[in-house]
Ligand binder design. Structure first.
Ligand code: DI6
Ligand code: FE
Length: 398
């Protein structure tokens, strides 16, 4: 198939956005075969079945590289408590927060988890997303961590999208181990990681390194097992304070360190040297009314790739719009619209260890988004408006 009369934001090459006007794109199987100016369409694609895009913008399909989209229940009541002045950490320490979602998730069946996640997944797909990362971490027991990962794998069979899973057993200390987080890591988290990995349910290992969650030493133990199993790691780091999580992640050559509001220039330097991407999550910053901003300029100065994601979760970021995350990344953190687009394509792919998507180039997956906009800056500019015209997943129009 040949797409004609397109504007391509390839995110390849040196010009802003890798923009090519009056362009065409040829697809073969589930891959991009060729992309370039209409005038240069190679002879072997000139006869392909063609589809006139009437000047519309084509970008790589979007990638949401950090979500907790599979979970039970919701936390609207906690939202109300925060509006009355109680803090996220206070609520967590009083047994609310993540632990209240753990109770709701343990009470849900596999079907319940899938059924409640699908409308949120569909909201992402409607905005041109084709790859979603989904974490466990609301089970915190063997059975429920496995059920969450099974739900994530099942969703990939039920919708035209690619799912990558992260095992997040080290997300919070469950009530039954309240006074003994070390035993939780050794007796539950690590055995559950081994077991779910052996079932093929785990693509990466994540953790939450924070005062209300786990210490760097505890995360280090989990990451050691991940390394032994050959699994890549990523880490929720420096979200509410700086405990050295970003540098720990860098020591493991992590795919990403995520949140990073309290990260420093030194952290940025270590991440750059390790090739660890920064995943910036403006939905959580906004929801928690955080005022400490991630060190975006240090990430730029040191060449740390910046990704943006929804962090879709019931507590700190009940957000199912990656376009809104792009807008927030620009307005709250000063990203450029081009950085925002790279953040949900090329750099999101890096944060997931994917080299086959996130750009428009021959040989990459033919997962594309077609937009009713004239210029790619419009994607981050609008608030609450969805200009998607169509989505292409593995060469198929949706
Ligand atoms: N940081 C977050 O923002 C989410 N998890 C994490 O480690 C929030 C999880 C929640 O509040 O349910
Ligand atoms: Fe998160």
């Amino acid at each position: 198939m040949l797409l004609t009369n397109a504007t391509l934001a390839t995110l390849s090459g040196d010009v802003p956005y890798g923009l090519i006007r009056d362009a065409a794109l040829a697809m073969d199987g589930d891959r991009i075969a060729w992309a370039g100016p209409m005038a240069d369409v190679p002879r072997d694609h000139a006869e392909d079945h063609s589809h006139d895009l009437e000047g519309r913008l084509v970008t790589p399909a979007l990638i949401d590289c950090h979500t907790h989209i599979v979970h039970g229940g919701n936390r609207a009541a906690e939202f109300e408590m925060r509006l009355q002045g109680r803090s996220y950490e206070e609520i967590a320490r009083a047994g609310g927060g993540i632990v209240s979602t753990v109770a709701a998730t343990r009470a849900a069946s596999l079907d319940d988890l899938i059924t409640s996640a699908l409308p949120r997944i569909d909201a992402l797909l409607a905005e041109g997303v084709a790859t979603v990362e989904i974490k466990s971490g609301y089970g915190l027991d063997f059975e429920t961590e496995r059920t969450m990962l099974r739900a994530a794998r099942a969703i990939a069979q039920m919708r035209p999208l690619r799912v990558l899973t992260s095992f997040l057993g080290a997300h919070a200390v469950p009530p039954e181990y309240k006074d003994d987080p070390d035993s939780y890591i050794d007796a539950i988290c690590i055995p559950a990681l081994r077991a779910t990995h052996s079932e093929g349910l785990v693509d990466a290992v994540d953790g939450f390194c924070e005062g209300i969650a786990f210490s760097p030493d505890q995360i280090d133990r989990v990451f050691g097992i991940a390394r032994a199993l050959g699994l890549p790691v990523k880490l929720h780091a420096e979200q509410l304070s700086n405990l050295g999580g970003a540098q720990l992640a860098a020591r493991y050559g992590a795919l990403s360190a995520d949140h990073l509001e309290y990260a420093t220039e030194e952290d940025a330097r270590a991440m750059a040297a390790a090739g660890t991407a920064a995943v910036i999550l403006p939905g959580a910053f906004y929801t928690l009314k955080e005022t400490q901003m991630p060190p975006v300029q240090a990430f730029r100065d040191h060449g740390v790739p910046m990704a943006l994601a929804t962090d879709c979760n019931p507590g700190s970021s009940p957000l199912t719009s990656l376009l809104l995350a792009m807008n927030m990344g620009c307005t709250l953190f000063g990203l450029t619209p081009e950085e925002a687009l790279r953040g949900v394509t090329l750099n999101a792919a890096r944060a997931l260890g994917l080299s086959d998507s996130g750009r428009i180039a021959p040989g990459l997956r033919a997962d594309l988004a077609i937009w009713d906009v004239e210029h790619p800056a419009e994607l981050a500019y609008r608030i609450g408006f969805n200009p998607l015209h169509a989505r292409i997943f593995e060469c198929q129009f949706q």
